[in-house]
Design a protein around this ligand. Structure first.
Ligand code: HSE
Length: 443
């Protein structure tokens, strides 16, 4: 058996926020972990290029140096935890570990969304596990739930608030009326944001996570790059006010749905979304995450918790280590299909283009406050077959100032709405591109 004599040996690469949390949790809950497992976990080695990071940490006697490769190759290490993030170095280290027959635990959603196939295929060939619960929803055990607790279901939809930074920014902007930039700076200070916060605000982090969620929900091979992704930049204070007046709140959602009668294609998309004020997802505030999963047998379910942060994410990492350690002891490691479907059952599934979406739509025009502007906009919408359900105009333009005009349409196809917007945004009275927000009525 690979591993420590009296237990299972663990090596940790990356002593950043989550890595630090993992070392603390392994120490703090050492007794309860052993009571649950029946054997101890041993943190054998830790590696980080920044040797000052361990200064105030109790690593319980684990060897600490900058040599990640020696850690992987150390025969006392059976499970390698990769928490350095990023693409190239992390990919190389994970593949090295897997090739050497080591099991891997990672929180690296970006890497798995882009290079998952290569990593999972290599792991399968080598008969080792790659576990990644911490990569989606921080401490929420959503991947394990899709793989095990909901395994008897045909999953119909997944709607997730899966980026804490943007949920914090949206909540604060709505509550305080502060600008996007001010609130984002605070989110960075609180440690929610990715190293490059563009990943958060442009929806990329959510799309990484949705690639994994949708793949596991539907047994689909999904190309991350094909997921239509919009972030929260450019949302104006008026959006929050108008959404409230229409009975909605604004959330950045990752959405993955089966289409009625056409299960060969799936809807997978990330964008700011109007959700009904009374829905549970509308009540998820601050940096919290929540994922609503609808299964054909179980019906609606909701998973809620901290989607980021040192200890919540460490909770998911250590749980993965425990699961693999149990399997090592049972001799069953490497037999779990990490994406919840057997690899040969995974199918590439084409995504439904946004133009085929059909529903009510929120449109915020920015137009000069001249007589007849609204009727000219309404005229173009009408020519494209789009009815108006209600209109809100905020403030008055003085002289040549622009004002926001918010329209809730009747149900229409998005292709028709996009055609109308192309024409409207070229009108002389319209001074900025129109903001379109999609609505999810049934969550
Ligand atoms: N930047 C991510 C978030 C961290 O804000 O949710 C957790 O993946």
């Amino acid at each position: 058996m690979v591993g420590h004599e009296a237990g299972v040996g663990v090596g940790l690469i990356g002593l950043g926020t989550i890595g630090t949390g993992v070392t603390k949790l392994l120490r703090r809950n050492c007794a309860v972990l052993e009571e649950r497992l029946g054997f101890p976990l041993h943190l054998v080695r830790v590696a980080d290029l920044d040797l000052s990071r361990a200064r105030n940490l109790d690593l319980g006697g684990a060897r600490f140096d900058a040599d990640a490769e020696a850690l992987i190759d150390d025969p006392a290490v059976a499970i390698v935890i990769e928490l350095i993030g990023g693409y190239e170095v992390a990919r190389r280290l994970i593949l090295r570990a897997v090739e050497r027959g080591k099991h891997v635990v990672t929180a690296n959603k970006a890497l798995l969304a882009v290079h998952g196939k290569e990593i999972f295929d290599t792991a399968r060939r080598r008969g080792v596990d790659v576990a990644f619960e911490a990569s989606v929803g921080g401490g929420i055990p959503i991947l394990r739930s899709l793989r095990e607790g909901l395994a008897a279901n045909r999953i119909q939809s997944v709607h997730g608030i899966i980026n804490g930074t943007t949920n914090y920014v949206l909540t604060e902007m709505e509550k305080t009326g502060e600008t996007f930039e001010v609130v984002l700076a605070r989110a960075k200070e609180l440690g929610y944001a990715e190293a490059d916060p563009a990943f958060d605000v442009d929806g990329i982090d959510a799309a990484h996570k949705l690639t994994l969620l949708a793949g596991m929900a539907f047994g689909a091979e999904i190309a991350f790059k094909q997921i239509p992704t919009e972030g929260i930049r450019g949302l104006a204070p008026v959006e929050f006010e108008a959404a409230r007046e229409f009975g909605y709140r604004i959330k950045l959602l990752g959405i993955a749905k089966l289409r009625e009668g056409a299960p060969e294609r799936i809807e997978v998309r990330v964008h700011p979304t109007l959700v009904p004020e009374a829905s549970l997802l509308a009540k998820v505030d601050g940096a919290m995450n929540a994922i609503a999963v609808q299964g054909d047998a179980v019906g609606p379910t909701l998973f809620y918790g901290a989607g980021a942060g040192e200890m919540p994410t460490a909770s998911a990492v250590v749980a993965d280590v425990m699961e693999i350690a149990r399997e090592i002891r049972r001799g069953t490691a490497g037999r779990v299909a990490p994406l919840s479907y057997m690899p040969e059952a995974l199918r590439p599934k084409p995504l439904v283009p946004l133009g085929e979406l059909y529903g009510r739509t929120y449109l915020r025009f920015t137009a000069l406050d001249r007589p007849g502007v609204l009727s000219r906009i309404a005229g173009v919408l009408g020519e494209e077959g789009i009815g108006i359900e209600s209109v809100i105009q905020k403030g008055r333009g003085h002289g040549e100032a622009s004002v926001p005009v918010v329209v809730m349409t009747h149900p229409a196809s998005e292709a028709a709405v996009q055609r109308a917007l192309e024409r409207i945004d070229r009108m002389a009275d319209v001074t900025a591109p129109t903001r379109l927000l999609r609505i999810e009525e049934e969550i």
